[in-house]
Design a protein around this ligand. Structure first.
Ligand code: ZN
Length: 373
C-alpha cells in the first residue's frame, strides 16, 4: 500500500505495468514528453524518409500496411503516409466485437476518403470463445480481438509481399512503460507478445488456443503470428517514433480529411468523446484496468491532456475522481448477452479481478483505498 503513488507531473500510477519513475517522481512518459520538446525532429523525419524510400513501390503496388479502426490515430498515420509522403498504404482492420454505430460510420467514411481497406471479420463464434475465455481467465474482455489486431496485419503484409507495418503510437513510451523502443523504432513478434499481449497472459492464451483447437473452432490460425518473420524482411514500427505524437492533433486531421465524427456525449467512464469510441467492449476493458491497477479510462485520458498542457494536474485529479472506476452500466445487457452469462456470474468475474490491496467496496462500488493525490 505504501508503495502506491502517482506521477508528480501527470497522474500515471505506480501500479502501471513496466512504468518507471525518476528521483523527482516523474514517470517515464513525462520524461519522454520533456525529451520530445527538445528533440530534433528533423533527424527523425530523415530516418522516416529513408525507411519509406527503402520500401516505396514504383509500380502501384501496396508498399506498407497500416492497421486502422476508423479512429483518429490510424487515420492520421494513413493520411500522412499517403498524402504527405506519397506511399501506397494497404489499410487493415479487424472488425471489433460489439462494434458501435459510430465505429461503423467512421470506418466507412475513412474508406470513402480514399483508402483501400482490408477488413477481416472473424467468425463471431470463434471470436466470442477467445474473448469470453480472456475475460474470465485473463481479465481481458477482448483478448481474442487484442491478439488478432497483432497477428493479422503481419500475416496480410507477408501475403502481399509488403515489408513495412506502421502502427500509431508507442504506448509504452508515450503513456509510461517499457523504454525498449524509445531509441529503436523497429520491433518484432517477440516484443509484441511480451508487451502487447503481456507474456504471462499470452502463455495462458496458448492454453485457450489449444482448447479452441480441440473444440474444432473455425479460423483459429488467425490468432497466431506468422512464424517466419526472422526469415522475412518485415519491419514493424510506430509512427510516434518519427513525429511528435499528439492525439488531439490526430483527431483534428482525421476529422478534416477522413470524415471522422466524435460521440455526441462523453464516452463511458471518461470526460472525452473523441477516442476509442468504436466498440462497446473498450469501456469494459478500461473498467477491468481500474479493478486490476486502480486507474481507469478517465485517468488515462487525463494523463494525456495534462502532458499536452490542456489540463492542470489538479483539474485532472477532479476529473479522475468524478469519472474513474464507474461501471459502464449502459452496456451491461449487451455484455451479458455477448458472453452468455447471467448478471451474478458476470459480476463475480469482475469482483474476482479487483485488486483488494488497493481497492475496497463501498456501497457496492469499488473505490481506491487511498485517494488520488
Ligand atoms: Zn507522468
Amino acid at each position: 500500500m505504501k508503495k502506491i503513488f502517482w506521477c508528480k507531473s501527470c497522474l500515471a500510477m505506480s501500479t502501471r505495468r513496466r512504468i518507471t519513475f525518476n528521483k523527482s517522481g516523474n514517470c517515464n512518459a513525462c520524461q519522454w514528453k520533456h525529451k520530445k520538446d527538445n528533440l530534433d525532429w528533423n533527424i527523425r523525419e530523415s530516418k522516416l524518409k529513408a525507411l519509406l524510400d527503402k520500401h516505396r513501390s514504383s509500380d502501384g503496388r501496396f508498399d506498407c500496411v497500416v492497421p486502422v479502426s476508423g479512429g483518429k490515430d490510424g487515420s492520421y498515420v494513413a493520411h500522412n503516409l499517403k498524402n504527405k509522403y506519397g506511399m501506397n498504404p494497404l489499410c487493415v482492420t479487424v472488425t471489433p466485437p460489439l462494434q458501435l454505430e459510430i465505429g461503423k460510420k467512421n470506418i466507412e467514411s475513412f474508406i470513402n476518403s480514399g483508402y483501400t481497406l482490408f477488413s477481416v471479420n472473424i467468425n463471431p463464434e470463434t471470436m466470442q470463445f477467445f474473448n469470453k475465455k480472456g475475460f474470465i481467465e485473463i481479465g481481458f474482455p477482448y483478448y481474442g480481438w487484442l491478439t488478432a489486431i497483432q497477428t493479422i496485419p503481419p500475416s496480410i503484409a507477408l501475403n502481399f509481399g509488403i515489408n513495412l507495418i506502421f502502427y500509431g503510437e508507442d504506448g509504452e513510451v508515450e503513456y509510461g512503460g517499457s523504454t525498449e523502443t524509445a531509441d529503436n523504432p523497429i520491433y518484432n513478434f517477440k516484443y509484441m507478445k511480451e508487451i502487447y499481449l503481456e507474456n504471462q497472459s499470452y502463455k495462458s492464451f496458448q492454453n485457450i488456443f489449444e482448447e479452441a483447437c480441440n473444440k474444432k473452432l473455425m479460423d483459429i490460425n488467425l490468432f497466431q503470428f506468422p512464424e517466419d518473420q526472422n526469415e522475412s524482411n518485415l519491419e514493424i514500427t510506430h509512427w510516434s517514433y518519427f513525429e511528435n505524437w499528439d492525439p488531439y492533433r490526430n483527431y483534428l486531421v482525421a476529422k478534416e480529411f477522413c470524415g471522422l465524427v466524435e460521440n455526441k456525449s462523453v464516452n463511458e467512464g471518461t470526460f472525452t468523446n473523441f477516442s476509442q469510441n468504436d466498440q462497446a467492449l473498450y469501456a469494459l476493458h478500461t473498467y477491468l484496468m481500474f479493478l486490476k491497477y486502480g486507474f481507469g479510462r478517465a485517468n488515462q485520458d487525463a494523463c494525456i491532456e495534462i502532458r499536452r498542457g490542456a489540463l492542470s494536474r489538479d483539474q485532472g485529479i477532479n476529473l479522475v475522481k468524478l469519472y474513474d472506476g464507474i461501471f459502464p452500466e449502459q452496456f451491461l445487457e449487451l455484455y451479458l448477452d455477448y458472453y452468455e452469462m447471467n448478471k451474478n456470474d458476470f459480476m463475480y468475474v469482475l469482483d474476482s479481478w479487483a485488486n483488494k490491496d488497493i481497492l475496497e467496496k463501498v456501497n457496492d462500488k469499488w473505490v481506491l483505498k487511498i485517494e488520488i493525490n
